[in-house]
Design a protein around this ligand. Structure first.
Ligand SMILES: Nc1ncnc2c1ncn2[C@@H]1O[C@H](COP(=O)(O)OP(=O)(O)OP(=O)(O)O)[C@@H](O)[C@H]1O
Ligand SMILES: [Mg+2]
Length: 609
Protein backbone atom coordinates (compact mmCIF):
# COMPACT_ATOMS: atom_id res chain seq x y z
CA UNK A 1 0.00 0.00 0.00
CA UNK A 2 2.90 2.29 0.76
CA UNK A 3 3.98 2.21 -2.86
CA UNK A 4 0.50 3.24 -4.01
CA UNK A 5 0.46 6.02 -1.48
CA UNK A 6 3.84 7.26 -2.68
CA UNK A 7 2.67 7.18 -6.27
CA UNK A 8 -0.47 9.03 -5.28
CA UNK A 9 1.55 11.61 -3.39
CA UNK A 10 4.24 12.11 -6.04
CA UNK A 11 2.32 11.86 -9.29
CA UNK A 12 -1.45 11.88 -8.77
CA UNK A 13 -1.74 14.76 -6.34
CA UNK A 14 -0.33 17.29 -8.81
CA UNK A 15 -2.88 16.02 -11.35
CA UNK A 16 -5.80 15.72 -8.99
CA UNK A 17 -7.54 18.67 -10.62
CA UNK A 18 -7.37 16.96 -13.98
CA UNK A 19 -8.61 13.66 -12.57
CA UNK A 20 -11.49 15.23 -10.68
CA UNK A 21 -12.42 17.47 -13.60
CA UNK A 22 -12.25 14.56 -16.04
CA UNK A 23 -14.35 12.34 -13.81
CA UNK A 24 -16.92 15.08 -13.22
CA UNK A 25 -17.25 15.65 -16.94
CA UNK A 26 -17.64 11.92 -17.50
CA UNK A 27 -20.41 11.91 -14.90
CA UNK A 28 -22.03 14.89 -16.61
CA UNK A 29 -21.94 13.07 -19.92
CA UNK A 30 -23.68 10.16 -18.22
CA UNK A 31 -26.27 12.49 -16.77
CA UNK A 32 -26.97 14.00 -20.17
CA UNK A 33 -27.77 10.53 -21.37
CA UNK A 34 -30.62 10.50 -18.87
CA UNK A 35 -31.67 13.95 -19.96
CA UNK A 36 -31.82 12.74 -23.53
CA UNK A 37 -34.19 10.03 -22.48
CA UNK A 38 -36.23 12.69 -20.66
CA UNK A 39 -36.47 14.56 -23.96
CA UNK A 40 -38.61 11.78 -25.31
CA UNK A 41 -41.45 13.38 -23.39
CA UNK A 42 -41.11 16.43 -25.58
CA UNK A 43 -41.17 14.29 -28.63
CA UNK A 44 -44.52 12.99 -27.56
CA UNK A 45 -45.78 16.45 -26.76
CA UNK A 46 -44.61 17.85 -30.07
CA UNK A 47 -46.44 15.24 -32.05
CA UNK A 48 -49.40 14.70 -29.81
CA UNK A 49 -51.30 17.98 -29.26
CA UNK A 50 -53.60 16.25 -26.82
CA UNK A 51 -50.77 15.38 -24.50
CA UNK A 52 -49.41 18.89 -24.90
CA UNK A 53 -52.75 20.32 -23.88
CA UNK A 54 -52.26 18.89 -20.43
CA UNK A 55 -52.52 15.25 -21.14
CA UNK A 56 -51.45 11.91 -19.91
CA UNK A 57 -47.66 12.04 -19.64
CA UNK A 58 -46.62 13.23 -16.20
CA UNK A 59 -44.07 16.01 -15.95
CA UNK A 60 -40.95 13.99 -15.46
CA UNK A 61 -38.61 16.91 -15.87
CA UNK A 62 -40.34 20.13 -14.86
CA UNK A 63 -37.12 22.07 -15.24
CA UNK A 64 -37.06 21.33 -18.93
CA UNK A 65 -40.65 22.29 -19.41
CA UNK A 66 -39.81 25.56 -17.71
CA UNK A 67 -36.75 26.04 -19.92
CA UNK A 68 -38.83 25.39 -22.97
CA UNK A 69 -41.40 27.95 -21.89
CA UNK A 70 -38.65 30.49 -21.21
CA UNK A 71 -37.07 29.89 -24.60
CA UNK A 72 -40.37 30.33 -26.34
CA UNK A 73 -41.10 33.68 -24.72
CA UNK A 74 -37.59 35.11 -24.91
CA UNK A 75 -36.20 33.94 -28.23
CA UNK A 76 -37.12 35.94 -31.32
CA UNK A 77 -39.75 34.00 -33.20
CA UNK A 78 -39.88 31.78 -30.15
CA UNK A 79 -43.26 30.47 -30.97
CA UNK A 80 -41.87 29.10 -34.19
CA UNK A 81 -40.03 26.65 -32.02
CA UNK A 82 -43.31 25.17 -31.06
CA UNK A 83 -43.13 23.35 -34.33
CA UNK A 84 -41.76 19.88 -34.61
CA UNK A 85 -38.31 21.34 -35.36
CA UNK A 86 -37.83 22.17 -31.71
CA UNK A 87 -37.35 18.68 -30.33
CA UNK A 88 -34.81 17.53 -32.92
CA UNK A 89 -32.94 20.77 -32.27
CA UNK A 90 -32.78 20.15 -28.53
CA UNK A 91 -31.75 16.55 -29.07
CA UNK A 92 -28.95 17.71 -31.33
CA UNK A 93 -27.74 20.33 -28.87
CA UNK A 94 -27.80 17.83 -26.03
CA UNK A 95 -25.85 15.33 -28.09
CA UNK A 96 -23.33 18.01 -28.91
CA UNK A 97 -22.94 18.95 -25.24
CA UNK A 98 -22.70 15.32 -24.25
CA UNK A 99 -20.06 14.75 -26.92
CA UNK A 100 -18.13 17.76 -25.74
CA UNK A 101 -18.25 16.55 -22.14
CA UNK A 102 -17.11 13.07 -23.13
CA UNK A 103 -14.31 14.49 -25.24
CA UNK A 104 -13.12 16.92 -22.57
CA UNK A 105 -13.28 14.22 -19.95
CA UNK A 106 -11.14 11.88 -22.06
CA UNK A 107 -8.66 14.62 -22.78
CA UNK A 108 -8.34 15.70 -19.14
CA UNK A 109 -7.84 12.12 -17.98
CA UNK A 110 -5.39 11.38 -20.79
CA UNK A 111 -3.47 14.50 -19.89
CA UNK A 112 -3.30 13.41 -16.29
CA UNK A 113 -2.15 9.91 -17.22
CA UNK A 114 0.38 11.11 -19.74
CA UNK A 115 1.75 13.73 -17.44
CA UNK A 116 2.13 11.30 -14.55
CA UNK A 117 3.84 8.66 -16.70
CA UNK A 118 6.02 11.26 -18.38
CA UNK A 119 7.21 12.66 -15.05
CA UNK A 120 7.75 9.18 -13.68
CA UNK A 121 9.73 8.11 -16.73
CA UNK A 122 11.88 11.23 -16.69
CA UNK A 123 12.61 10.83 -13.01
CA UNK A 124 13.44 7.16 -13.46
CA UNK A 125 15.74 7.84 -16.39
CA UNK A 126 17.49 10.65 -14.52
CA UNK A 127 17.90 8.42 -11.52
CA UNK A 128 19.29 5.55 -13.59
CA UNK A 129 21.75 7.92 -15.25
CA UNK A 130 22.93 8.89 -11.79
CA UNK A 131 23.87 5.33 -10.87
CA UNK A 132 27.50 4.34 -10.73
CA UNK A 133 28.99 2.63 -13.81
CA UNK A 134 29.11 -0.77 -12.11
CA UNK A 135 25.32 -0.65 -11.75
CA UNK A 136 24.90 -1.06 -15.49
CA UNK A 137 26.86 -4.25 -15.38
CA UNK A 138 24.46 -5.61 -12.78
CA UNK A 139 21.26 -4.70 -14.61
CA UNK A 140 21.17 -5.62 -18.30
CA UNK A 141 19.76 -3.25 -20.89
CA UNK A 142 16.56 -5.29 -21.31
CA UNK A 143 15.74 -4.94 -17.65
CA UNK A 144 16.25 -1.18 -17.66
CA UNK A 145 14.27 -0.78 -20.88
CA UNK A 146 11.35 -2.71 -19.41
CA UNK A 147 11.35 -0.59 -16.29
CA UNK A 148 11.52 2.68 -18.22
CA UNK A 149 8.95 1.79 -20.86
CA UNK A 150 6.64 -1.10 -20.04
CA UNK A 151 6.51 -0.69 -16.28
CA UNK A 152 5.92 3.02 -16.50
CA UNK A 153 3.18 2.40 -19.04
CA UNK A 154 1.43 -0.05 -16.71
CA UNK A 155 0.86 2.85 -14.34
CA UNK A 156 -1.02 4.93 -16.89
CA UNK A 157 -4.38 3.45 -15.89
CA UNK A 158 -4.09 4.49 -12.26
CA UNK A 159 -3.45 8.07 -13.25
CA UNK A 160 -6.48 8.18 -15.50
CA UNK A 161 -9.66 6.24 -14.84
CA UNK A 162 -8.82 3.65 -12.21
CA UNK A 163 -8.32 6.04 -9.36
CA UNK A 164 -11.50 7.97 -10.14
CA UNK A 165 -13.43 4.74 -10.61
CA UNK A 166 -12.23 3.45 -7.27
CA UNK A 167 -13.37 6.61 -5.54
CA UNK A 168 -16.74 6.63 -7.31
CA UNK A 169 -17.51 2.98 -6.68
CA UNK A 170 -16.39 3.25 -3.07
CA UNK A 171 -18.82 6.10 -2.55
CA UNK A 172 -21.60 4.08 -4.18
CA UNK A 173 -20.71 1.11 -1.99
CA UNK A 174 -20.68 3.19 1.20
CA UNK A 175 -24.05 4.72 0.28
CA UNK A 176 -25.39 1.24 -0.42
CA UNK A 177 -24.12 -0.01 2.93
CA UNK A 178 -25.68 2.96 4.71
CA UNK A 179 -29.01 2.21 3.04
CA UNK A 180 -28.85 -1.45 3.95
CA UNK A 181 -28.02 -0.52 7.55
CA UNK A 182 -30.96 1.84 7.59
CA UNK A 183 -33.33 -0.87 6.38
CA UNK A 184 -32.32 -3.52 8.90
CA UNK A 185 -29.28 -2.77 11.01
CA UNK A 186 -29.13 -6.08 12.88
CA UNK A 187 -29.02 -8.20 9.77
CA UNK A 188 -26.70 -5.73 8.10
CA UNK A 189 -24.14 -5.84 10.88
CA UNK A 190 -24.05 -9.62 10.64
CA UNK A 191 -23.76 -9.20 6.88
CA UNK A 192 -20.84 -6.83 7.24
CA UNK A 193 -19.16 -9.14 9.74
CA UNK A 194 -19.36 -11.85 7.10
CA UNK A 195 -17.71 -9.46 4.64
CA UNK A 196 -14.20 -10.83 5.23
CA UNK A 197 -15.49 -14.09 3.81
CA UNK A 198 -15.52 -12.31 0.47
CA UNK A 199 -12.53 -10.10 1.04
CA UNK A 200 -10.05 -12.70 2.30
CA UNK A 201 -9.93 -14.87 -0.80
CA UNK A 202 -9.89 -11.76 -2.96
CA UNK A 203 -6.95 -10.44 -1.02
CA UNK A 204 -4.87 -13.54 -1.57
CA UNK A 205 -5.90 -13.41 -5.21
CA UNK A 206 -4.65 -9.82 -5.38
CA UNK A 207 -1.27 -10.88 -4.06
CA UNK A 208 -1.15 -13.64 -6.58
CA UNK A 209 -1.96 -11.28 -9.44
CA UNK A 210 0.81 -8.99 -8.28
CA UNK A 211 3.33 -11.81 -8.12
CA UNK A 212 2.36 -13.03 -11.57
CA UNK A 213 2.70 -9.56 -13.02
CA UNK A 214 6.08 -9.22 -11.43
CA UNK A 215 7.13 -12.43 -13.19
CA UNK A 216 5.54 -11.15 -16.37
CA UNK A 217 7.67 -8.01 -16.32
CA UNK A 218 10.77 -10.06 -15.66
CA UNK A 219 9.99 -12.30 -18.60
CA UNK A 220 9.50 -9.23 -20.78
CA UNK A 221 12.89 -7.92 -19.62
CA UNK A 222 14.54 -11.15 -20.60
CA UNK A 223 12.87 -11.09 -23.97
CA UNK A 224 13.81 -7.47 -24.64
CA UNK A 225 17.38 -8.22 -23.66
CA UNK A 226 17.50 -11.10 -26.09
CA UNK A 227 15.92 -9.05 -28.88
CA UNK A 228 18.41 -6.29 -28.29
CA UNK A 229 21.31 -8.73 -28.44
CA UNK A 230 20.07 -10.51 -31.53
CA UNK A 231 19.36 -7.35 -33.48
CA UNK A 232 22.60 -5.65 -32.48
CA UNK A 233 24.60 -8.78 -33.25
CA UNK A 234 22.66 -9.60 -36.38
CA UNK A 235 25.84 -10.15 -38.38
CA UNK A 236 26.91 -12.81 -35.94
CA UNK A 237 23.51 -14.48 -36.17
CA UNK A 238 23.56 -14.35 -39.96
CA UNK A 239 27.24 -15.15 -40.25
CA UNK A 240 26.83 -18.37 -38.33
CA UNK A 241 23.39 -19.02 -39.87
CA UNK A 242 21.79 -19.30 -36.45
CA UNK A 243 18.42 -17.79 -37.39
CA UNK A 244 16.69 -21.05 -36.59
CA UNK A 245 18.42 -21.29 -33.24
CA UNK A 246 17.43 -17.74 -32.32
CA UNK A 247 13.85 -18.32 -33.46
CA UNK A 248 13.71 -21.41 -31.22
CA UNK A 249 15.02 -19.49 -28.25
CA UNK A 250 12.52 -16.75 -28.90
CA UNK A 251 9.76 -19.34 -29.02
CA UNK A 252 10.91 -20.63 -25.66
CA UNK A 253 10.70 -17.17 -24.15
CA UNK A 254 7.31 -16.63 -25.73
CA UNK A 255 6.04 -19.89 -24.33
CA UNK A 256 7.07 -18.64 -20.91
CA UNK A 257 5.16 -15.39 -21.47
CA UNK A 258 2.16 -17.36 -22.67
CA UNK A 259 2.19 -19.44 -19.50
CA UNK A 260 2.43 -16.38 -17.33
CA UNK A 261 -0.31 -14.67 -19.33
CA UNK A 262 -2.63 -17.64 -18.82
CA UNK A 263 -1.89 -17.69 -15.12
CA UNK A 264 -2.71 -14.02 -14.79
CA UNK A 265 -5.89 -14.47 -16.84
CA UNK A 266 -6.79 -17.37 -14.56
CA UNK A 267 -6.26 -15.29 -11.43
CA UNK A 268 -8.31 -12.41 -12.84
CA UNK A 269 -11.08 -14.71 -14.04
CA UNK A 270 -11.25 -16.37 -10.62
CA UNK A 271 -12.16 -13.20 -8.80
CA UNK A 272 -15.81 -13.05 -9.89
CA UNK A 273 -16.66 -16.69 -9.23
CA UNK A 274 -14.96 -16.50 -5.83
CA UNK A 275 -16.94 -13.40 -5.01
CA UNK A 276 -20.19 -14.95 -6.14
CA UNK A 277 -19.58 -18.16 -4.24
CA UNK A 278 -18.86 -16.30 -1.02
CA UNK A 279 -21.77 -13.96 -1.69
CA UNK A 280 -24.03 -16.95 -2.27
CA UNK A 281 -23.08 -18.47 1.07
CA UNK A 282 -23.80 -15.19 2.84
CA UNK A 283 -27.09 -14.82 1.03
CA UNK A 284 -28.14 -18.38 1.89
CA UNK A 285 -27.42 -17.64 5.54
CA UNK A 286 -29.45 -14.45 5.34
CA UNK A 287 -32.44 -16.20 3.80
CA UNK A 288 -32.24 -19.00 6.34
CA UNK A 289 -32.21 -16.51 9.17
CA UNK A 290 -34.94 -14.35 7.67
CA UNK A 291 -37.27 -17.25 6.91
CA UNK A 292 -37.12 -18.26 10.56
CA UNK A 293 -38.02 -14.67 11.50
CA UNK A 294 -40.80 -14.53 8.96
CA UNK A 295 -42.28 -17.77 10.26
CA UNK A 296 -42.11 -16.45 13.79
CA UNK A 297 -43.96 -13.38 12.55
CA UNK A 298 -41.09 -11.04 13.45
CA UNK A 299 -40.44 -9.93 9.87
CA UNK A 300 -42.73 -8.98 7.00
CA UNK A 301 -41.99 -10.74 3.69
CA UNK A 302 -42.24 -7.45 1.77
CA UNK A 303 -39.69 -5.78 4.03
CA UNK A 304 -37.29 -8.63 3.57
CA UNK A 305 -37.62 -8.52 -0.21
CA UNK A 306 -36.87 -4.79 -0.22
CA UNK A 307 -33.88 -5.55 1.95
CA UNK A 308 -32.66 -8.26 -0.40
CA UNK A 309 -32.94 -5.93 -3.39
CA UNK A 310 -30.83 -3.35 -1.54
CA UNK A 311 -28.21 -6.01 -0.73
CA UNK A 312 -28.12 -7.09 -4.38
CA UNK A 313 -27.58 -3.49 -5.42
CA UNK A 314 -24.36 -3.57 -3.39
CA UNK A 315 -23.00 -6.23 -5.65
CA UNK A 316 -22.38 -4.03 -8.69
CA UNK A 317 -20.00 -1.52 -7.05
CA UNK A 318 -18.16 -4.29 -5.19
CA UNK A 319 -17.69 -6.18 -8.45
CA UNK A 320 -16.34 -3.11 -10.21
CA UNK A 321 -14.01 -2.38 -7.30
CA UNK A 322 -12.68 -5.92 -7.60
CA UNK A 323 -12.07 -5.45 -11.29
CA UNK A 324 -10.27 -2.15 -10.79
CA UNK A 325 -8.35 -3.70 -7.91
CA UNK A 326 -7.02 -6.40 -10.22
CA UNK A 327 -5.78 -3.75 -12.60
CA UNK A 328 -4.27 -1.74 -9.78
CA UNK A 329 -2.45 -4.84 -8.54
CA UNK A 330 -0.82 -5.28 -11.92
CA UNK A 331 0.21 -1.64 -11.88
CA UNK A 332 1.49 -2.08 -8.35
CA UNK A 333 3.85 -4.81 -9.45
CA UNK A 334 5.27 -2.33 -11.93
CA UNK A 335 5.36 0.45 -9.35
CA UNK A 336 7.31 -1.88 -7.07
CA UNK A 337 9.86 -2.38 -9.81
CA UNK A 338 10.07 1.32 -10.54
CA UNK A 339 10.38 2.43 -6.93
CA UNK A 340 12.92 -0.30 -6.31
CA UNK A 341 15.16 1.57 -8.72
CA UNK A 342 14.16 5.04 -7.52
CA UNK A 343 15.04 4.01 -3.97
CA UNK A 344 18.45 2.72 -4.95
CA UNK A 345 20.99 5.29 -3.90
CA UNK A 346 23.94 5.46 -6.28
CA UNK A 347 26.91 3.70 -4.72
CA UNK A 348 29.14 6.45 -6.01
CA UNK A 349 28.06 10.01 -5.47
CA UNK A 350 29.63 13.40 -5.10
CA UNK A 351 30.85 14.17 -1.57
CA UNK A 352 28.90 16.77 0.36
CA UNK A 353 31.53 19.42 -0.33
CA UNK A 354 33.55 18.22 -3.30
CA UNK A 355 37.06 19.52 -3.77
CA UNK A 356 37.61 21.55 -6.94
CA UNK A 357 39.35 19.49 -9.62
CA UNK A 358 42.63 21.18 -10.59
CA UNK A 359 42.53 22.62 -14.10
CA UNK A 360 46.03 21.45 -14.86
CA UNK A 361 46.75 18.49 -12.60
CA UNK A 362 50.45 18.11 -11.94
CA UNK A 363 50.40 14.41 -11.27
CA UNK A 364 48.22 11.36 -11.14
CA UNK A 365 49.19 8.68 -8.64
CA UNK A 366 48.11 5.12 -8.05
CA UNK A 367 49.02 4.09 -4.54
CA UNK A 368 49.07 0.39 -3.74
CA UNK A 369 45.88 -0.07 -5.73
CA UNK A 370 44.03 -3.34 -5.38
CA UNK A 371 40.88 -4.14 -7.24
CA UNK A 372 38.49 -7.04 -7.65
CA UNK A 373 35.24 -7.24 -9.64
CA UNK A 374 34.15 -10.35 -7.77
CA UNK A 375 35.16 -10.63 -4.14
CA UNK A 376 37.99 -13.13 -3.88
CA UNK A 377 39.22 -12.72 -7.45
CA UNK A 378 41.86 -9.99 -7.43
CA UNK A 379 42.40 -8.31 -10.78
CA UNK A 380 44.81 -5.59 -9.64
CA UNK A 381 47.35 -6.53 -7.03
CA UNK A 382 49.05 -3.54 -5.51
CA UNK A 383 49.76 -1.12 -8.33
CA UNK A 384 51.87 1.90 -7.52
CA UNK A 385 52.46 4.34 -10.31
CA UNK A 386 52.95 8.05 -10.72
CA UNK A 387 52.38 10.02 -13.91
CA UNK A 388 53.49 13.64 -14.03
CA UNK A 389 52.06 16.27 -16.27
CA UNK A 390 53.42 15.96 -19.80
CA UNK A 391 54.37 12.32 -19.28
CA UNK A 392 52.99 9.43 -21.25
CA UNK A 393 52.78 6.12 -19.52
CA UNK A 394 52.17 3.08 -21.65
CA UNK A 395 50.57 -0.02 -20.21
CA UNK A 396 51.35 -3.21 -22.05
CA UNK A 397 50.99 -6.87 -21.30
CA UNK A 398 49.05 -9.96 -22.13
CA UNK A 399 45.30 -10.01 -22.51
CA UNK A 400 43.44 -10.07 -19.21
CA UNK A 401 46.38 -8.57 -17.34
CA UNK A 402 44.23 -5.75 -15.97
CA UNK A 403 45.17 -2.82 -18.23
CA UNK A 404 41.62 -1.73 -19.00
CA UNK A 405 40.68 -2.22 -15.37
CA UNK A 406 43.53 0.02 -14.27
CA UNK A 407 42.73 2.88 -16.64
CA UNK A 408 39.04 2.62 -15.77
CA UNK A 409 39.90 3.67 -12.24
CA UNK A 410 40.98 7.10 -13.45
CA UNK A 411 37.51 8.36 -14.48
CA UNK A 412 36.16 6.38 -11.50
CA UNK A 413 34.23 3.86 -13.53
CA UNK A 414 35.18 1.75 -10.55
CA UNK A 415 36.82 2.58 -7.24
CA UNK A 416 39.80 0.61 -5.95
CA UNK A 417 38.95 -2.05 -3.40
CA UNK A 418 42.10 -1.07 -1.52
CA UNK A 419 44.59 1.73 -1.96
CA UNK A 420 43.86 5.00 -3.72
CA UNK A 421 44.14 6.97 -6.90
CA UNK A 422 45.01 10.62 -6.39
CA UNK A 423 45.34 13.79 -8.41
CA UNK A 424 47.78 16.30 -6.93
CA UNK A 425 47.61 14.40 -3.68
CA UNK A 426 43.85 14.35 -3.42
CA UNK A 427 41.88 11.12 -3.53
CA UNK A 428 39.60 10.94 -6.57
CA UNK A 429 36.74 10.21 -4.20
CA UNK A 430 36.99 13.79 -2.90
CA UNK A 431 35.91 15.16 -6.27
CA UNK A 432 32.55 15.33 -7.88
CA UNK A 433 32.71 12.41 -10.38
CA UNK A 434 31.12 14.47 -13.15
CA UNK A 435 33.55 17.32 -12.62
CA UNK A 436 36.45 14.88 -12.61
CA UNK A 437 35.38 13.17 -15.82
CA UNK A 438 35.20 16.49 -17.63
CA UNK A 439 38.97 16.71 -17.14
CA UNK A 440 39.57 13.30 -18.66
CA UNK A 441 39.43 12.43 -22.33
CA UNK A 442 38.72 8.76 -22.88
CA UNK A 443 38.96 6.59 -25.93
CA UNK A 444 37.84 3.12 -24.96
CA UNK A 445 38.51 -0.27 -26.36
CA UNK A 446 35.02 -0.43 -27.84
CA UNK A 447 34.23 2.68 -29.83
CA UNK A 448 30.86 4.04 -28.97
CA UNK A 449 28.89 6.15 -31.39
CA UNK A 450 25.32 7.34 -31.47
CA UNK A 451 22.80 7.43 -34.29
CA UNK A 452 23.53 11.11 -34.83
CA UNK A 453 25.44 13.20 -37.32
CA UNK A 454 29.22 12.95 -37.40
CA UNK A 455 29.39 16.46 -36.01
CA UNK A 456 27.14 15.60 -33.07
CA UNK A 457 29.11 12.45 -32.40
CA UNK A 458 32.31 14.41 -32.11
CA UNK A 459 30.83 17.35 -30.20
CA UNK A 460 28.68 14.96 -28.14
CA UNK A 461 26.24 17.14 -26.28
CA UNK A 462 28.39 20.28 -26.15
CA UNK A 463 27.81 23.36 -28.33
CA UNK A 464 31.12 23.17 -30.16
CA UNK A 465 31.21 25.04 -33.46
CA UNK A 466 32.01 23.41 -36.76
CA UNK A 467 35.53 24.85 -36.85
CA UNK A 468 36.54 23.27 -33.56
CA UNK A 469 35.03 19.96 -34.62
CA UNK A 470 36.88 20.02 -37.93
CA UNK A 471 40.14 20.78 -36.20
CA UNK A 472 39.72 17.89 -33.79
CA UNK A 473 38.83 15.62 -36.69
CA UNK A 474 41.92 16.76 -38.57
CA UNK A 475 44.11 15.97 -35.57
CA UNK A 476 42.54 12.54 -35.36
CA UNK A 477 43.15 11.97 -39.09
CA UNK A 478 39.41 11.73 -39.58
CA UNK A 479 38.76 14.83 -41.65
CA UNK A 480 39.50 13.29 -45.05
CA UNK A 481 37.19 10.34 -44.80
CA UNK A 482 34.46 12.45 -43.18
CA UNK A 483 34.55 14.80 -46.19
CA UNK A 484 33.99 11.82 -48.43
CA UNK A 485 30.79 10.84 -46.61
CA UNK A 486 27.58 11.83 -48.50
CA UNK A 487 26.88 14.88 -46.32
CA UNK A 488 30.27 15.41 -44.75
CA UNK A 489 30.00 16.32 -41.08
CA UNK A 490 26.21 16.28 -41.31
CA UNK A 491 26.06 12.66 -42.40
CA UNK A 492 23.88 10.69 -40.06
CA UNK A 493 25.56 7.57 -38.77
CA UNK A 494 23.65 4.33 -38.69
CA UNK A 495 23.20 2.62 -35.38
CA UNK A 496 26.44 2.28 -33.42
CA UNK A 497 28.18 3.90 -36.39
CA UNK A 498 27.91 0.64 -38.27
CA UNK A 499 28.12 2.49 -41.58
CA UNK A 500 31.77 3.23 -40.78
CA UNK A 501 34.78 0.97 -40.72
CA UNK A 502 36.36 0.06 -37.40
CA UNK A 503 39.26 2.39 -37.99
CA UNK A 504 36.98 5.25 -38.99
CA UNK A 505 34.89 4.79 -35.89
CA UNK A 506 37.99 4.83 -33.79
CA UNK A 507 39.19 8.08 -35.32
CA UNK A 508 35.85 9.72 -34.58
CA UNK A 509 36.19 8.57 -30.99
CA UNK A 510 39.69 10.05 -30.85
CA UNK A 511 38.42 13.34 -32.31
CA UNK A 512 35.73 13.41 -29.63
CA UNK A 513 38.28 12.95 -26.88
CA UNK A 514 40.62 15.57 -28.34
CA UNK A 515 37.86 18.13 -28.71
CA UNK A 516 37.33 18.15 -24.96
CA UNK A 517 40.94 19.33 -24.64
CA UNK A 518 41.31 17.40 -21.39
CA UNK A 519 44.41 17.67 -19.18
CA UNK A 520 44.29 13.90 -18.69
CA UNK A 521 44.05 11.51 -21.63
CA UNK A 522 43.17 7.84 -21.33
CA UNK A 523 43.65 5.88 -24.53
CA UNK A 524 42.75 2.21 -24.28
CA UNK A 525 43.74 0.55 -27.53
CA UNK A 526 42.73 3.80 -29.19
CA UNK A 527 44.56 3.01 -32.41
CA UNK A 528 44.19 -0.76 -32.49
CA UNK A 529 41.76 -0.78 -35.41
CA UNK A 530 43.85 1.46 -37.64
CA UNK A 531 46.06 0.30 -40.46
CA UNK A 532 49.76 0.92 -40.06
CA UNK A 533 49.69 4.04 -42.17
CA UNK A 534 46.85 5.87 -40.51
CA UNK A 535 48.03 4.65 -37.16
CA UNK A 536 51.33 6.37 -37.72
CA UNK A 537 49.52 9.57 -38.67
CA UNK A 538 47.15 9.41 -35.70
CA UNK A 539 50.06 8.52 -33.47
CA UNK A 540 51.91 11.64 -34.53
CA UNK A 541 48.85 13.78 -33.93
CA UNK A 542 48.36 12.19 -30.54
CA UNK A 543 51.95 12.67 -29.58
CA UNK A 544 51.71 16.34 -30.37
CA UNK A 545 48.63 16.52 -28.21
CA UNK A 546 50.13 14.58 -25.35
CA UNK A 547 52.53 17.46 -24.67
CA UNK A 548 51.56 19.06 -21.42
CA UNK A 549 48.97 16.43 -20.68
CA UNK A 550 48.98 13.44 -18.41
CA UNK A 551 48.49 10.45 -20.63
CA UNK A 552 47.82 6.80 -20.00
CA UNK A 553 48.03 4.64 -23.10
CA UNK A 554 47.18 0.99 -23.40
CA UNK A 555 48.47 -0.70 -26.51
CA UNK A 556 48.99 -4.18 -27.75
CA UNK A 557 51.08 -3.05 -30.66
CA UNK A 558 54.35 -2.25 -29.03
CA UNK A 559 55.40 -0.21 -32.04
CA UNK A 560 53.03 2.50 -30.89
CA UNK A 561 54.46 2.92 -27.40
CA UNK A 562 58.14 3.19 -28.08
CA UNK A 563 58.17 6.91 -27.46
CA UNK A 564 56.37 6.71 -24.12
CA UNK A 565 58.06 8.29 -21.13
CA UNK A 566 57.75 4.98 -19.38
CA UNK A 567 56.38 1.60 -20.30
CA UNK A 568 54.80 -0.57 -17.61
CA UNK A 569 54.29 -4.24 -18.22
CA UNK A 570 51.22 -5.51 -16.44
CA UNK A 571 50.90 -9.16 -15.59
CA UNK A 572 48.42 -10.76 -13.21
CA UNK A 573 47.44 -7.35 -11.93
CA UNK A 574 50.96 -6.30 -11.08
CA UNK A 575 53.54 -4.10 -12.74
CA UNK A 576 56.33 -6.56 -13.38
CA UNK A 577 58.59 -4.19 -15.30
CA UNK A 578 58.81 -0.54 -16.10
CA UNK A 579 61.17 1.74 -17.92
CA UNK A 580 61.96 3.17 -21.33
CA UNK A 581 61.69 1.07 -24.45
CA UNK A 582 65.43 0.67 -24.98
CA UNK A 583 66.15 -0.07 -21.33
CA UNK A 584 63.45 -2.69 -21.16
CA UNK A 585 64.71 -4.35 -24.32
CA UNK A 586 68.20 -4.39 -22.89
CA UNK A 587 66.87 -5.93 -19.69
CA UNK A 588 65.69 -8.87 -21.73
CA UNK A 589 62.72 -9.55 -19.47
CA UNK A 590 58.97 -9.75 -20.01
CA UNK A 591 58.85 -6.73 -22.31
CA UNK A 592 61.64 -8.03 -24.49
CA UNK A 593 59.84 -11.35 -24.69
CA UNK A 594 56.57 -9.66 -25.79
CA UNK A 595 58.47 -7.53 -28.25
CA UNK A 596 60.23 -10.49 -29.80
CA UNK A 597 56.95 -12.39 -30.01
CA UNK A 598 55.41 -9.58 -32.02
CA UNK A 599 58.46 -9.27 -34.16
CA UNK A 600 58.47 -12.95 -34.96
CA UNK A 601 54.78 -12.86 -35.63
CA UNK A 602 54.66 -12.19 -39.35
CA UNK A 603 57.72 -10.02 -39.50
CA UNK A 604 55.94 -6.82 -38.53
CA UNK A 605 55.24 -5.30 -35.18
CA UNK A 606 51.66 -6.40 -35.17
CA UNK A 607 50.66 -8.92 -32.57
CA UNK A 608 47.73 -9.86 -34.74
CA UNK A 609 45.42 -9.65 -31.77
N1 LIG B 1 33.40 -5.98 -15.86
C1 LIG B 1 34.07 -7.02 -15.39
N2 LIG B 1 33.51 -7.83 -14.46
C2 LIG B 1 34.20 -8.87 -13.98
N3 LIG B 1 35.42 -9.20 -14.37
C3 LIG B 1 36.02 -8.46 -15.30
C4 LIG B 1 35.36 -7.32 -15.84
N4 LIG B 1 36.18 -6.75 -16.75
C5 LIG B 1 37.30 -7.48 -16.74
N5 LIG B 1 37.20 -8.49 -15.88
C6 LIG B 1 38.26 -9.47 -15.58
O1 LIG B 1 39.39 -8.76 -15.12
C7 LIG B 1 40.58 -9.22 -15.69
C8 LIG B 1 41.34 -8.07 -16.35
O2 LIG B 1 40.59 -7.57 -17.43
P1 LIG B 1 41.02 -6.29 -18.25
O3 LIG B 1 39.91 -5.97 -19.16
O4 LIG B 1 41.44 -5.25 -17.30
O5 LIG B 1 42.27 -6.86 -19.04
P2 LIG B 1 43.13 -6.15 -20.15
O6 LIG B 1 44.52 -6.18 -19.65
O7 LIG B 1 42.54 -4.85 -20.51
O8 LIG B 1 42.98 -7.17 -21.35
P3 LIG B 1 42.93 -6.86 -22.93
O9 LIG B 1 44.34 -6.62 -23.34
O10 LIG B 1 42.42 -8.11 -23.51
O11 LIG B 1 42.05 -5.70 -23.14
C9 LIG B 1 40.19 -10.31 -16.67
O12 LIG B 1 40.49 -11.55 -16.08
C10 LIG B 1 38.70 -10.16 -16.84
O13 LIG B 1 38.11 -11.43 -16.91
MG1 LIG C 1 41.64 -4.08 -22.19
Amino acid sequence: MRILYRFFHDYLRPNLGLIIGGSALAALAGLLQTVLIGCLKWVFEAFDPQAAAGGGIPDALPAFTATKAWLMTHLPNGSALQTSAFVPLVVMVLFAIKGLCAYSSSMLLARSGLRATQKLRERLFGHLLGQEPAFFQQYPVGDLLTRCITDVWQVYGIATTQFAELVRESITAVAGIAFVLYLDWKRSIVLLLAGPLVIMPLKSLSQRIRRIYYKNQEAISAQLQRLKEVFSNIRLVKGFAREGYEAKRFEGQNAELFKIGLRSAHAAAMSHPIMEMAGGVILAGLIFWASADIQAGKLATGDFITYLVAVFALYAPVRRITKVNNEVQAARASLDRIYFMLDRAPRMSAPASPAPVPDQPQYLRFEDVHFEYEPGTPVLNGITLEIRRGETIALVGGSGGGKTTLVNLVPRFFDPTKGSVTIDGRDLRDFDPGELRLRIGIVTQETMLFMDSVHDNIAYGKPFGREAVVEAAKNAQAHNFIMQLPHGYDTNLAEAGSSLSGGQRQRIAIARALLQDPPILVLDEATSALDTESERAVQEALEALMQNRTTLVVAHRLSTVQNATRICVLKHGQIVESGRHADLLAKNGEYARLYQLQFANGGNLDSGE
